[in-house]
Each structure stands twice: as structure tokens, then as C-alpha cells.
Design a protein around this ligand. Structure first.
Ligand code: NAD
Length: 549
């Protein structure tokens, strides 16, 4: 690919309708060099999460979406368009299934074998479902998590605390800004200097130190002064974490977002970054063993910090599972972030609601920001987030915004945005979607559904029902994926996106989808026995047959 990809902007259609146009612009936006980690390889984020299987598939997707009619639906099988079916105007314009494998075959080696044969691709969560919006997407969730850590342990502020983490990639790069937005100090380790520099450029990371000694001096000074600061340092976390533990540096919070979910994407100690890709391709089993041995050391140090009294959590990358496979027995001594901090929000149907302006005009996002503040004036933390995001977040690709909204809130916001398109207050339609990491859309026993109250962690009927109900409710595109976030064999999850094109039909669809989609989360948590979810269901009129009569 020679020409960088950039989605069309403005209010002129390049397809037969806005539902198709939304899908086409978001596919292209996922591969915009401002958004994607490795656009030349079609990789959007999360190790090898792709938007299309290969270049011929990408071109066929563009061609098909450009010509797709309002009563047709394109079917996508792991990043390749495989059919166009006659449907109807309430049906999604695109249905996607990415990376799915039958249970016993759902292993990395088998997935890689099939991938090499050109039969599948890794869709991650929002890479293959075309609603990745750059690092901001994860920023809100990361901000929420660190706020919850602050509320739990540090009098609701991270001022005067030091957080140690690693992995400054597409998702992990949100961590330093999320910590400083909460007033804290962050030290972030990455083996790849370019990743740290990119986050400095995006204003997610304040500075990069020249050495570990330099980094430690800078973060300790900031901690002492209760000054918010984030510092990056180049190094392998499996060496730097144990070194910091041995030195006795006073660290309050420890987590990690290296690409540990994929042992071929985590750099083992002693391997040169420049050689890693070829080495992993040539000797995947040996590379995996070495990566897991390094992860064992990395996690052993995290448990060392836990023993020393720090707040330690797994940030959804499966590093505990991989470290255990690497022979470290105490890997699961610290919890995952969902049971520790996020589940109470999921019980209210809250999750990562997001939207993007197809106009390309930042003024459209500013107008939607104002609408959110008007709609939910009583929600202080939401107001704080919207204000900070407006000031601190640099857009990547099409201007976009994310905020966590719950049952009874998402439909209000969506209908309002559609009205704003209709009235001309917004200069073009917006797409409204979410991460697959949401309240009722994912089964992932190491992450979103870890430690469910009724033990239903691995039950994967819920995300499938979620995709079905969004399809039945009128979403513009719906996806079912496997493996995103935590790796092959470990998760099944679904996504939806609606295009608010200002028509009355879009308004009706949006109202139903954005009511039913979070309602899946409410009923899932009622079913698992969470009282707070039951209260939300009662309050918002979500029907749960087993609690009726
Ligand atoms: P990425 O591939 O873009 O970035 C990973 C980073 O880790 C890279 O910068 C790489 O250089 C660095 N790295 C690899 N090995 C290292 C080592 N040994 N020491 C130090 N740095 C190392 O991936 P991403 O999109 O940032 O995602 C990171 C992880 O977080 C993935 O496992 C992903 O599945 C997970 N994730 C979690 C959530 C969540 O909600 N908690 C959401 C999305 C992704």
C-alpha cells in the first residue's frame, strides 16, 4: 500500500446512503495513519488486531460498501467480504464475524496456522468492527479505573501517589494521561522508544527520561511535590519491575498493559526489539516459552509490590495467565480490574459509549459535548471528564468522543444527536458505537466476567444474544468476535454501531438499539445475582422474566 488511507469528510455521500457511508468512513478511519498502529499491515491496535484480512479484501470491502443498497447487507467473515444478501431497511448494512473458532480448536497455534493460510484474521475488539477511535477510546475507561483506585485507597485523588506500569501502545498509551488527570505521578516502561515518543506527541505522556535513574529521580520529585507528571522510560518490564522492587522505590499502584495477551507480541528478556518479529515468526514455540518465562519474572515483581502493600491489578491483558503458564504459581494473587473496580458500573448498564463526527469537523464534537452536559447536569464526574477531554485529548482521525453512560442515558444521548443532525446543528451525520468491553456484550473469564457472583464467568450465550438483539433492533453494523483483548480461546464478544443520519427512521432505530444494548448488561448482572442491577432494571423498566410473577 503506497497511499495513506483517510476517510472522506463533509456532508457529500460517496456511497448510496449514510448507513453505508458511516461503515465505509469508519473502516477507512480505522486505517488512517493517525489512528492505526501499523496501517501498512492493516493492523489497527492490540498486537495484530486488523480492520481487513488482506489488501484484496480491503479493496473489496470498499467497493462493496460503495455500491451497497439500502435493502442489502454485506457479510464479512474475518475481514473479508463473503456475500451480499437482500434484507430490509431495518436490517444492519453489515454483519461481521471475526476470529471465531470452535472451542477445542481455539488455540493460538491453530489460529496462527489458519491465519497464515489466509483463512482468518485477528479482529481484536474494535479493529475488525470499525469503531476504534484511537487512544481516547480507552482513555475514559482508564480514567474511570484510576478514579476508582483513588476512591478505594487514596481519598479520591492520586495526588502524591506513584503508579508504575508498562506498555505504551495503542491502548496502554492512555495510562499516563489517565493517571495525571487524576492528579497522580506515572512511570511507564516500554521496550520501544517510538511508542513513548508517539504518546509525547499526542500529549498523553509528559516526558521520556534518559535512563532509569533519571526517571526515578523525576517521578519521586513530582510525588513529593504532589505534582501530576508522567515519565516514560525505555526498558523491558521483566527487568525494570524487579529492579525497582529491589531498589525499594516507593510505588503505590502497579499494573501493566504490555501486549501480554499474545506471547508472540511480548518481548522476552534478551531479545532485540528489531529482531523480535522475524524471530517470533521463525520459531514461535521457542519465542512463546521465552516470553512466558519473562512474564513470570514481570508478574513475580508485581506480586512483590503487592506484598509490600501496593494496590496491584491486572489491566486486562492476560498477563497473570501467561505468567502462570511460564511457571509462576502466585500469578493470580492480585485481581483483574473489572471485579476490583468496574463491575458496579456494569450493573448500571454503564460502559464505553462513543461517537465520531463523519463531517471531520471538531466543532461537531464540541456541540455534542455541550449536549451531553445539558442532558446530564447532575453527573459531576461526567462533566469533569467532558471538560478535561475537551482540553487534553488530541483527536486522531475523525473527531470523536467517549464517555461512560448507562441504562436510560445512552438512548437519550443518541436520540439527541440524531435530532442535532436533523436540525443542522451538526454539519453531517455521526456514528454512535461502543467498545466490545461493555456491560452485556462480552464473556471473558480473565477480564470482564472474571469472578461473577454466580460463577458464570465462561458462559458465552450473553454476547451472542447481544449481537442478535442489536441486529433485531436496527443497528447499522453488528459484529461477533473471539479473542479480543485477552487472546484466542479466552473471550467472545459483540459490538454494534448506529449511524445517526438525522432521519426519523434512524431516530427510531437508535432509540431501540441504545435501550436494548445496555439492557443486555443489566439483565446479565440481574441473572448473576447482583442486587444493584436488579434495582436498575426496576427503575428503568427492563423486564427480567425470572424475577416477575
Ligand atoms: P500494543 O501492541 O499497541 O502495545 C503493546 C506495547 O507493549 C508496545 O508498545 C510494546 O513495545 C510493549 N511491550 C511489549 N513487550 C514488552 C516488554 N517485555 N516490556 C515493556 N514493554 C513491552 O497493544 P495495546 O493496544 O496497547 O494493548 C496492550 C494490552 O492491553 C493488550 O494485551 C490488550 O489486549 C490489552 N487491552 C486491555 C484493555 C483494557 O480494557 N484493560 C483494553 C484493550 C486492550
Amino acid at each position: 500500500m503506497t497511499q495513506p488511507i483517510r476517510a472522506a469528510r463533509g456532508s457529500q455521500l460517496t456511497t448510496r446512503g449514510w448507513q453505508q457511508e458511516g461503515a465505509l468512513r469508519m473502516l477507512m478511519n480505522n486505517l488512517d495513519p493517525e489512528v492505526a498502529e501499523r496501517p501498512d499491515d492493516l493492523v489497527v491496535y492490540g498486537g495484530t488486531g486488523k480492520a481487513a484480512r488482506d489488501w484484496p479484501s480491503y479493496h473489496a470491502l470498499v467497493r462493496t460498501l460503495t455500491d451497497l443498497r439500502e435493502d442489502e447487507t454485506m457479510l464479512v467473515q474475518s475481514g473479508r467480504p463473503v456475500g451480499v444478501m437482500r434484507t430490509h431497511e431495518w436490517a444492519p448494512r453489515v454483519l461481521l464475524a471475526n476470529s471465531n473458532l470452535v472451542g477445542d480448536w481455539a488455540t493460538w497455534p491453530e489460529f496462527r496456522r489458519l491465519e497464515q493460510l489466509g483463512l482468518t484474521m485477528y479482529g481484536q475488539m474494535t479493529a475488525g468492527s470499525w469503531i476504534y477511535i484511537g487512544t481516547q477510546g480507552i482513555l475514559q475507561g482508564t480514567y474511570e479505573t484510576f478514579s476508582a483506585v483513588a476512591a478505594k485507597r487514596f481519598n479520591s485523588t492520586l495526588a502524591g501517589t506513584l503508579t508504575l506500569t508498562a506498555g505504551c501502545g495503542g491502548m496502554g498509551g492512555a495510562q499516563p494521561l489517565a493517571v495525571t488527570m487524576n492528579g497522580g505521578v506515572c512511570l511507564i516502561v516500554d521496550v520501544d522508544r517510538t511508542r513513548l515518543d508517539r504518546r509525547v506527541h499526542d500529549r498523553y505522556l509528559d516526558e521520556v527520561a534518559d535512563s532509569l535513574d533519571d526517571a526515578v529521580a523525576r517521578v519521586l520529585a513530582a510525588k513529593r511535590d504532589r505534582r501530576a507528571l508522567s515519565v516514560g522510560v525505555v526498558g523491558n518490564a521483566a527487568e525494570v519491575f524487579p529492579e525497582l522492587l529491589t531498589r525499594g522505590v516507593e510505588i503505590d499502584i502497579v499494573t501493566d498493559q504490555t501486549s501480554a495477551h499474545d506471547p508472540l507480541a511480548y518481548l522476552p528478556v534478551g531479545v532485540d526489539l528489531a529482531e523480535a518479529r522475524d524471530y517470533a515468526a521463525a520459531k514461535p514455540a521457542e519465542f512463546t516459552d521465552r516470553a512466558r518465562a519473562s512474564m513470570a519474572k514481570h508478574v513475580e515483581a508485581m506480586v512483590g509490590f503487592l506484598d509490600a502493600g501496593a494496590e496491584v491489578f491486572d489491566y486486562g491483558n492476560s498477563i497473570r495467565g501467561e505468567a502462570q503458564l511460564g511457571g509462576y504459581q502466585r500469578a493470580f494473587d492480585f485481581p483483574g480490574f473489572v471485579p476490583a473496580y468496574i463491575r458496579p458500573l456494569f450493573c448500571e448498564g454503564k460502559g464505553p459509549f462513543r461517537w465520531a463526527a463523519l463531517s471531520g469537523d471538531p466543532a461537531d464534537i464540541a456541540a455534542t459535548d455541550r449536549a451531553i452536559l445539558e442532558l446530564f447536569p447532575e453527573n459531576e464526574s461526567l462533566a469533569r471528564w467532558i471538560k478535561l477531554a475537551g482540553e487534553r485529548v488530541a483527536f486522531q482521525g475523525l473527531p470523536a468522543r467517549i464517555c461512560w453512560l448507562g441504562q436510560g442515558e445512552r438512548d437519550k444521548a443518541g436520540v439527541r444527536f440524531n435530532d442535532m443532525v436533523a436540525s443542522g446543528e451538526l454539519s453531517a451525520p455521526v456514528v454512535i458505537g461502543r467498545d466490545h468491553l461493555d456491560t452485556g456484550s462480552v464473556a471473558s473469564p480473565y477480564r470482564e466476567t472474571e469472578g461473577m457472583a454466580d460463577g458464570s464467568d465462561a458462559i458465552a450465550d450473553w454476547p451472542l444474544l447481544n449481537a442478535l438483539v442489536n441486529t433485531a433492533s436496527g443497528a447499522s453494523w453488528v459484529s461477533i468476535h473471539h479473542g479480543g483483548g485477552v487472546g484466542i480461546g479466552r473471550s467472545i464478544h459483540a459490538g454494534q454501531v448506529c449511524v445517526a443520519d438525522g432521519t426519523a427512521l434512524a431516530g427510531q432505530k437508535i432509540e431501540r438499539v441504545l435501550t436494548n444494548d445496555p439492557a443486555m448488561g443489566v439483565i446479565r448482572h440481574v441473572d448473576a445475582g447482583y442486587d444493584s442491577a436488579r434495582e436498575v432494571a426496576d427503575r428503568t423498566g427492563v423486564r427480567v422474566p425470572m424475577t416477575e410473577g
